[in-house]
Write a protein that binds this ligand. Structure first.
Ligand SMILES: Cc1cc2nc3c(=O)[nH]c(=O)nc-3n(C[C@H](O)[C@H](O)[C@H](O)COP(=O)(O)OP(=O)(O)OC[C@H]3O[C@@H](n4cnc5c(N)ncnc54)[C@H](O)[C@@H]3O)c2cc1C
Length: 375
C-alpha cells in the first residue's frame, strides 16, 4: 500500500546529531517533522568533537559544512607522538569536500548543535524539549505514539535517535548489549597553543592523550584511561586528576598540563559501544545513530555515521513506494559500514590497552580511508 498519498509525517525521538540531521533531511523532502527531546534545555553542554571527512561530506549535502568550518577549526593532519615525546609520523587525511577545504573540523559541541538546530527549524521542524515517548503501537501503515505529556500523535514514521541507551529501541523490543570497554575518556577545554594547527595524538606508557583545536583560540585535550572501572569522580576533582594523569607524558604534553589544571571544563565518560546485529526496525519504526550503532570514540566517527544515517534514510524513503521498503533499503545500505566501524573501534581500544600503538595507528588510518569511500 502506498503510504505517501497523504501527508508524510515523522516523529523523531532525540535532538542529537542524528535526530537533527535526519529531521532536516526529511523536512527538505516534504515531510512534516516533530522532534521530542528529553532534555529540557536547548543547548548541549560539553566538550568539542572532531568532524572527520565523512561528517563534513554529509554536512555539505545539507549545505552546513562551511558553517561548521567557520564556527570550528579546519585541519588536515594528525601527528602521532611516541612515548618518548618525539613525533613518529604525520597522517594526511583525505580532503573529501575538495582540495581547498579542510579534511576535518574540530568544533565545540554547543556550536555544532546551534547550527543543526537552526537549520532544522529553518526547514520547519518543530523541536519540543522536555518530552519523550512512552508507548508505540503500529496500526496498519501508521504508528500511534504516546508522549510523556499525555498527548498522542499518529505518524507515518517513528525514528529513535535517542542515543546509545535508546528507550525507543526498548519500546520496539530490539535488544542489544551495551558493552563497557574498560576505558574512561577525558576531555578538557583549554586555550589553543599556537603550535596546535592539527590533531596531536600522544602515546603513553599506560594511557593515550591528544589535543584537538576547535577554534582559533580554543582546543580540547583528550586522554583515554585504560583498565579502570566505570566509576564516577566528583566534578571538583576532575581537572587535578586529569593533570595528574598527564604527568606521565613527556614533550609537548608538559606545556598542556598547566592549561588542564586551570580548565573549568573537564569531563570523564566511560567508553561504551553497542551494535544492533539484527533488525533496526519494527514496521515503520526505526532506530538511527548511536541507538543502532555506537562506536568507541577512538575513530572520532560516531557523528559521521549519525549524519549519514539521516541523509540515507531520507533518500531511501524518497525512492521507495512504502515506508517499510524505504526503511529496509536504508538498513541494507548502512549495516555493513556501521558494523565495520564499531568493530574496528573496539579493536583499536583493545590495542591501546595492550600498548600496541604501532598496530593501532595504521588500523585507524586504514579505517579512515575505508570511511572515505562513498556511502
Ligand atoms: C567522549 C566522546 C567523544 C566523542 N568524540 C567524537 C568525535 O570526535 N567525533 C565523532 O564523530 N564522534 C564522537 N563521538 C561519538 C558521537 O558523540 C556520537 O556518535 C553521536 O553524538 C551520536 O549522535 P546521536 O544523535 O545518535 O546520539 P546522541 O548524541 O547521544 O543524542 C541523543 C539525543 O537523544 C536525547 N534522548 C536520549 N534519550 C531520550 C529519550 N528517551 N527521549 C527523548 N530524547 C532522548 C538526548 O538528550 C540527546 O539529545 C564521541 C563520543 C564520546 C562519548
Amino acid at each position: 500500500m502506498d503510504n505517501f498519498g497523504s501527508t508524510r509525517s515523522a516523529m523523531i525521538v532525540g535532538a542529537g546529531v542524528a535526530g537533527l540531521t535526519a529531521a532536516t533531511a526529511l523536512a527538505r523532502k516534504g515531510w512534516q517533522v516533530e522532534i521530542a527531546e528529553a532534555s529540557p534545555y536547548r543547548a548541549t553542554a560539553g566538550w568539542g568533537l572532531c568532524l572527520t571527512g565523512p561528517s563534513l561530506r554529509a554536512l555539505d549535502v545539507l549545505g552546513l559544512a562551511d558553517a561548521c568550518s567557520a564556527a570550528g577549526y579546519g585541519m588536515s593532519v594528525i601527528t602521532h607522538v611516541d612515548v618518548d615525546g618525539t613525533p613518529s609520523d604525520q597522517v594526511d587525511l583525505p580532503r573529501l569536500i575538495g582540495a581547498q577545504r579542510p579534511a576535518m573540523v574540530g568544533i565545540a559541541r554547543p556550536e555544532l548543535h546551534r547550527i543543526l538546530h537552526a537549520e532544522a527549524e529553518r526547514c520547519g521542524v518543530v523541536v519540543r524539549n522536555g518530552l519523550t515517548v512512552t508507548a508505540v503501537d503500529q496500526q496498519g501503515d501508521l504508528v500511534d505514539v504516546r508522549l510523556s505529556d499525555g498527548t498522542d500523535r499518529q505518524v507515518t514514521l517513528l525514528v529513535g535517535a535517542d542515543g546509545i541507551r535508546s528507550s525507543v529501541r526498548d519500546l520496539m523490543g530490539l535488544e542489544t548489549p551495551v558493552d563497557y570497554l574498560g576505558q574512561m575518556v577525558w576531555r578538557a577545554l583549554v586555550p589553543r597553543p599556537e603550535w596546535a594547527t592539527g590533531i596531536h595524538q600522544f602515546a603513553g606508557k599506560v594511557n593515550t592523550a591528544g589535543l584537538v583545536p576547535i577554534s582559533s583560540n580554543r582546543a580540547y585535550v583528550f586522554l583515554t584511561e585504560n583498565g579502570v572501572p566505570p566509576n564516577v569522580l566528583p566534578d571538583s576533582e576532575l581537572a587535578s586528576r586529569l593533570a595528574d594523569l598527564l604527568t606521565a607524558f613527556p614533550g609537548r604534553v608538559t606545556e598542556i598540563r598547566p592549561l588542564v589544571s586551570a580548565s573549568g571544563s573537564v569531563v570523564r565518560r566511560p567508553v561504551h559501544t553497542a551494535f544492533l546485529t539484527g533488525a533496526w526496525n519494527r514496521g515503520n519504526c526505526v532506530v538511527i545513530g548511536d541507538a543502532a550503532h555506537a562506536p568507541a570514540p577512538q575513530m572520532a566517527s560516531g557523528a559521521a555515521l549519525a549524519i549519514e544515517d539521516g541523509l540515507v534514510l531520507a533518500e531511501e524513503l524518497e525512492r521507495h513506494e512504502t515506508v517499510g521498503t524505504g526503511i529496509e533499503a536504508f538498513v541494507e545500505r548502512r549495516a555493513q559500514r556501521c558494523r565495520t566501524l564499531v568493530a574496528t573501534s573496539v579493536t583499536i581500544a583493545g590495542l591501546e590497552q595492550a600498548q600496541r600503538h604501532s598496530e593501532a595507528y595504521p588500523l585507524v588510518d586504514a579505517c579512515h580511508r575505508q570511511m572515505a569511500q562513498p556511502v
